[in-house]
Design a protein around this ligand. Structure first.
Ligand code: S2G
Ligand code: ZN
Length: 465
């Protein structure tokens, strides 16, 4: 009997033409949106069924070949980067919506369904998939689950974790598990579904997900307010939260706004130059809610927290205000930013911001720092832009030096070194700033149960398994 070379054996497990090894495919599918690690996979394989995924995992265990899951490749922590000869398992051909149940308000998705596709499907049903972020047009549901994606509506709707009713997974051992069976109530032991949400593909593959939907929001209305300084941002949040049920509360700095206006395709919110801006959103369901919003705006002006502001009067104006916030990430990508995605509890944000801003100003005196993020849920995106005169490696090396100080402050405030982008490879060396030694040992023990041969996305989350 001829023994096939592993890659030739792999080709027998999927349909013809679904194993690629050409340089362009290896480069395209071997990376995500991070630019820290050059992609170097051995091959890209495209399964079409759960059984094919299971066969690939069993094959990988037999040959001790590492597998890296690949969805929309919009990740920001290199969790989907294959930098060491792994085989990338891409879900582009498992991209179908399998069922819509308007009674249960659920949609059964294959992992390759694009996030925006699910959002639009929900809208067609008069419902709403409430997890939204800048990359929703290309990210995939499987990857959103792997990272427990957050985004701009977390203050009201929570993270992806809150919207997963059930999962089918193929574990790193090759077992197919059906987790939670889409039940709202199910008190029958450990909820293994939760382990796979945020596991970054280190325990197995998500091969089917039942996503929950919410009622559609009514008459969403946004305000962009210019604040006098950092310290005014949280009092503005609390003033509005006392009066309104916010669906979003974002912030960005004047530097972020300058980059957006530099594009030339987004109008300024108003003329008054301000150091910081908040974008808040709510459902203007009654005149009373609108009056409360305007009254609170006046109150914030009187308190000296706000210098100017604007409220959307139409869907187009709502979209234009959101562009000011949602376009930041793609716009500053031009400057190869070094990204930190950090969070603390909301009550600690003012003191935390002050400490971080002091250290950043001291350590990065000549770097251009862009602040933005989901400050309403305590999540800040600190992006340092690469100066023209520094190479990427030199720049990242200098920024990594300061990470120690930034993460010591995160640790001091009991915060997270990665609020929503995951650990992947970019943050794995800093895990202990947010997780105890005991926790890390337990996580590794869980990994060993689901992936005893360590073939699932090795080197992600943990530097050493
Ligand atoms: C955001 C998108 C990724 C980034 O805009 O909220 O999570 O940090 C980010 O650029
Ligand atoms: Zn974000």
């Amino acid at each position: 009997m001829t023994v096939l070379a592993p890659i030739d054996e792999l080709k027998t497990l999927v349909e013809p033409g679904k194993v690629l090894t050409d340089p362009t495919s290896l480069d395209t599918y071997g990376k995500d949106w991070t630019k820290h690690y050059p992609p170097a996979p051995t091959a890209i394989v495209f399964p079409k069924t759960i059984e094919q995924v299971q066969a690939i995992v069993l094959w990988a265990n037999r040959h001790r070949i590492a597998l890296v899951p690949s969805g929309g490749r919009t990740g920001l922590s290199a969790a989907a980067v294959a930098a060491n000869g792994e085989v990338v398992v891409a879900f582009d051909y498992m991209n179908q919506v399998l069922d819509v149940n308007t009674v249960d308000r659920t949609v059964v998705c294959q992992p390759g369904v694009i996030t925006e596709q699910l959002q639009h499907l929900a809208e067609e049903q008069g419902l709403y998939y409430p997890v939204d972020f800048a990359s929703a047009g290309s990210s995939q549901i499987g990857g959103n689950i792997g990272t427990n994606a957050g985004g701009i509506k977390v203050i009201r709707y929570g993270m992806t974790r809150n919207w997963v009713a059930g999962l089918k997974v193929v574990t790193g051992k090759g077992d197919i598990l059906e987790l939670n069976k889409d039940l709202i109530k199910n008190a029958t032991g450990y909820d293994l579904r939760q382990l796979f949400i945020g596991a970054e593909g280190t325990l197995g593959f998500v091969v089917e997900a039942t996503m929950r939907l919410d009622r559609a929001p009514r008459n969403l209305t946004a305000m962009v307010l210019g604040t006098t300084d950092f310290d005014s941002i949280m009092p503005v949040l609390h003033a509005f939260q006392n009066k309104l049920d916010l669906t979003a509360f974002e912030f960005f700095s004047d530097k972020a706004l300058a980059k957006i206006l530099g594009r030339g395709d987004v109008p300024a919110p108003f003329e008054t130059p301000c150091p910081f801006y908040v974008l808040l959103e709510f459902e203007a369901v009654t005149e009373e809610v609108l009056d409360d919003a305007l009254g609170t705006f006046e109150h914030c002006i009187e308190q000296g927290w706000v210098l100017d502001g604007v409220m959307s009067q139409s869907e187009q104006q709502l979209q234009n205000l959101w562009k000011l916030r949602e376009f930041i990430s793609e716009t500053i990508a031009h400057w190869t930013p070094y990204k930190n995605d950090i969070s603390v509890t909301v009550s600690k944000v003012p003191a935390f911001l002050k400490d971080i801003d002091a250290i950043v100003g001291e350590k990065y005196p000549d770097f251009e720092v862009v602040w933005y993020g989901h400050i309403g849920d305590g999540n800040l995106h600190l992006n340092i832009l690469k100066p023209e005169n520094l190479s990427k490696d030199e720049f990242f090396a200098q920024c990594a030096v300061v990470n120690k100080w930034v993460f010591e402050i995160v640790q001091k405030y009991n915060g997270s070194i990665s609020a929503e982008h995951g650990v992947g490879m970019t943050k794995r060396d800093y895990l202990e700033y947010s997780r105890s030694e005991a926790e890390i040992a337990y996580m590794k023990a869980v990994k060993a149960v689901f992936d005893p041969n360590g073939i699932m996305n090795p080197g992600k989350i943990f530097a050493v398994q």
